[in-house]
Ligand binder design. Structure first.
Ligand code: SAH
Length: 345
């Protein structure tokens, strides 16, 4: 029965699947190894398996493949943006960023997004579909193959809302951190959400040592509702309560993302209100200058204002970093490139 992609199955699932095919379960581990430890693509190359078994797997199973559709390299900072074509011809994007401490890949979790944040390009065409576990893994593996090197960090901050594709995202995290697979440290994974409160509680129950990032963008309900539709569903108070529960349950510090938009959320009152929200919470704040998109007429806040904003938070002992913009010359912000390639429909 061809259904679930075998390169998106967890080790236990794959062992079970091999038993269903009438094979010994340990073959599942060999297949897992092939895809995730060796980053194999074509099962024909899995020489720990007999030729007969390889043929059987090809006949019986689904194996996901994605291919590089286009690649852009920033001349400013070495950032690379990849557009991948999926088997159904949908296009998604991923970004590779080089830092002093290693390489980080930003991957997509959905084709498009239904969350509707006003300043975000990914959501402008709505949600097309969820990505499968294998499609998420393959973004990482294809980039590693392309640069012929391993990446050290993953951020789930590309197109899509990871908590709106919960099961596949969780499977992705479990597989990429499996010590028999890629063996990436959980601590090197960041999952970013616009704030789907019940799912934050659900995630807390998993007690993973990943970093949870919350896209906040305003400390005032009314303002947040104007730029983020999800805020109409869950108040900031409910969101922060969930964050407190999350920190308590997992012992992990939470990151907040705050995109500064001139005249919208960059005032002294905004900064002061923010600092109040964070009282007593183990957190870190990232200030991100808006990356202007043509579908939103907000302007990037001035450097002077961003620094002033940070100073207010510094004075209240809120740990704050101004994130540097990367890959500006290649539209490296969430969903921009995919849209410019697809056109506006
Ligand atoms: N849906 C998730 C993850 C994807 S968006 C989330 O909302 O967190 C990743 C981050 O990029 C979010 O903080 C989002 O608000 C931010 N972002 C989106 N478009 C942006 C833009 N044009 N300029 C700056 N940040 C942007």
């Amino acid at each position: 029965m061809k259904n679930k992609e075998i390169n998106g199955m967890r080790l236990e699932e794959l062992k079970e699947y091999m038993s269903e095919l009438g094979e010994q379960a340990f073959r599942g581990e060999q297949v897992f190894n092939f895809f995730h430890a060796n980053r194999g693509v074509n099962i024909e190359d899995a020489n720990t398996l007999s030729k007969k078994l390889r043929e059987k797997i090809i006949k019986e199973s689904n194996i996901n493949k994605i291919k590089i559709y286009k690649k852009y390299e920033s001349k400013i900072d070495n950032t690379k943006k990849y557009l991948f074509q999926l088997e159904d011809e949908n296009i998604i994007e991923s970004v590779l960023m080089e830092y002093k401490h290693g390489r980080s890949v930003c991957i997509s979790t959905q084709v498009g997004c239904k969350m509707g944040c006003s300043f975000c390009a990914s959501t402008k065409g709505g949600l097309i579909r969820d990505l499968t576990t294998a499609e998420m893994l393959n973004q990482v593996y294809e980039i590693e193959r392309d640069i012929n090197s391993e990446i050290s960090n993953i951020v789930l901050m590309g197109s899509g809302e990871p908590l709106d594709n919960y099961e596949e995202t969780l499977n992705f995290i479990k597989i990429i951190t499996d010590e028999k697979g890629h063996n990436l440290s959980m601590r090197n994974i960041t999952l970013s959400t616009c704030g789907v409160v019940p799912m934050i509680d659900k995630l807390a129950e998993e007690e993973l040592s990943i970093t949870l990032a919350i896209s906040l963008h305003s400390a005032f309900d009314e303002k947040r509702q104007e730029i983020m539709p999800i805020a109409k569903k869950y108040s900031i108070d409910e969101l922060i309560q969930a964050c407190r529960r999350y920190v308590e349950k997992t012992g992990r510090r939470i990151t907040f993302e705050y995109t500064l938009i001139e005249g919208v959320n960059d005032s002294v009152e905004d900064a002061e209100k923010l600092s109040e929200l964070f009282k007593g919470l183990n957190m870190h704040l990232n200030l991100i200058p808006l990356n202007p998109i043509k579908e939103y007429n907000g302007e990037v806040a001035s450097i002077r204002n961003i620094e002033k904003f940070k100073k207010i938070l510094d004075n209240k002992n809120i740990r704050t970093t101004i994130r540097r913009e990367m890959g500006q010359d290649i539209s490296a912000s969430c969903g921009q490139l995919r849209r410019s390639v697809l056109g506006d429909n």
